[in-house]
Design a protein around this ligand. Structure first.
Ligand SMILES: [Zn+2]
Ligand SMILES: [Zn+2]
Length: 368
């Protein structure tokens, strides 16, 4: 029987184990995909460090993009997905029945389960992102349009929908993000980069990126600018007071219309709040693990009547919206592809080491 490799997390901060398991025929309702590209997400690094608990051993990873190699005739007819199609595997399984699901907010389902939580020792073995194959419910597959390069779509396949979901919540709350004159993005990781692309695609005149230090990794600032940032400012170099003053100059002596937190640093929340104008919008999808507390000034929320929106997961509809965004913005494609550094599945430990050291813009596992 044909076998394939999968990288298995066996312990917190321990090297991944490369195992080989047989490839089986997927049961009805499931499909088998061959790896094209699968990203290492910041969330995976938190999981590997033990900050987000999972049952071990496990195949982690949730950004699998692959080619369908096995799907039943019945599933193919019902889903419109056929052998040879390239798909993004969405791991989220909302219950469909809880209060939030019933209200059209399935991203925040209170009984959420995931497709990558299966026991790696039990067939079909390949549940998560870090394998040469993946088995997934057909209902979790999103077909990639023929016009898009599949590897390119994998790069922001989690960060993109995460970002778009936050903006969707803003729209649902009657915010008109496209009317902003000054938008600030905190951070320069994948979620921040996608937010920069999105904001610049809306034609917002000032998309300002805040990073702790532009000198340590100048290539990050360059990339942010290529994707539409009008300025990349160093907090270390300028200080928050000067940055705040600069924003007021740009926005008729007011604070920023919108701040988007994607740095994950708790201090960023206190800083972001201080930059907003009266009735400014603060979107916070970036605080994805418990990195400790920070002192904030709650009076800003009241006195400036801030509008604060948290956002964590995304819906399958956000994955569709993500692919639509890529189709509508082909001028970004080449730059997006340049952010990726590729490794084979068996090079997972090197990939993680480099990702954790901040060496890569985006770390991808690809087929060998
Ligand atoms: Zn992710
Ligand atoms: Zn639910």
């Amino acid at each position: 029987m044909e076998t394939a490799k999968v990288a298995v997390m066996v312990g917190i901060n321990e090297p991944f184990e490369i195992r080989e398991y047989p490839l089986t025929i997927p049961e009805e309702g499931m499909a088998q995909m061959k790896l094209i590209a699968s990203g290492v997400c910041g969330t995976d690094i938190h999981i590997h460090r033990g900050k987000i608990p999972v049952a071990l051993p496990a195949t982690i990873g949730h950004e699998f993009v692959g080619e369908v190699v096995n799907i039943s005739e019945k599933d193919s007819v019902e889903s419109g997905i056929k052998i040879g199609d390239r798909v993004i595997v969405d791991i989220a399984c909302p219950c469909g029945e809880c209060l939030l699901c019933q209200n059209g907010d399935d991203a925040n389902c209170v009984h959420m389960s995931v497709t990558n939580g299966g026991n790696v020792e039990v067939a079909p073995h390949f549940y998560g992102g870090y394998g040469e194959y993946n088995y997934s419910p057909v209902s979790n597959l999103v077909k990639i349009p023929d016009t898009l390069d599949a590897k390119m779509t994998s790069i922001f396949s989690c960060a993109g929908p995460t970002t778009l979901h936050a903006f969707r919540l803003a729209k649902d709350a009657n915010e008109h993000v496209e009317r902003a004159n000054v938008a600030v993005v905190q951070g320069a990781g994948p979620v921040a980069l996608f937010a920069i692309m999105y904001l610049s695609s809306l034609g917002i005149p000032n998309v300002i990126v805040l990073v702790p230090d532009t000198e340590r990794r100048p290539e990050k600032a360059e990339l942010a600018k290529k994707l539409g940032a009008t300025e990349v400012l160093s907090i270390h170099k300028l200080g928050m007071e000067n940055i705040c003053h600069h924003i007021h100059e740009l926005n008729n002596d007011m604070g920023a219309d919108l701040v988007f937190e994607a740095s994950g640093a708790p201090i960023a929340v206190a800083q972001g709040m201080s930059l907003l104008r009266n009735r400014g919008l603060y979107l916070i999808p970036g605080q994805y693990s418990n990195s400790g507390g920070v002192e904030i000034q709650p009076q800003l929320i009241t006195f400036n009547a801030l509008h604060i929106i948290g956002s964590s997961q995304y819906s399958i509809s956000d994955v569709h919206a993500y692919l639509k965004f890529l189709e509508e913005n082909p001028h970004f494609h080449e730059t997006i592809l340049q952010t990726a550094r590729c490794y084979k599945v068996e090079e997972i430990n090197q990939a993680f080491q480099d990702a954790e050291a901040g060496k890569n813009q985006k770390t991808l596992l690809v087929s060998s």
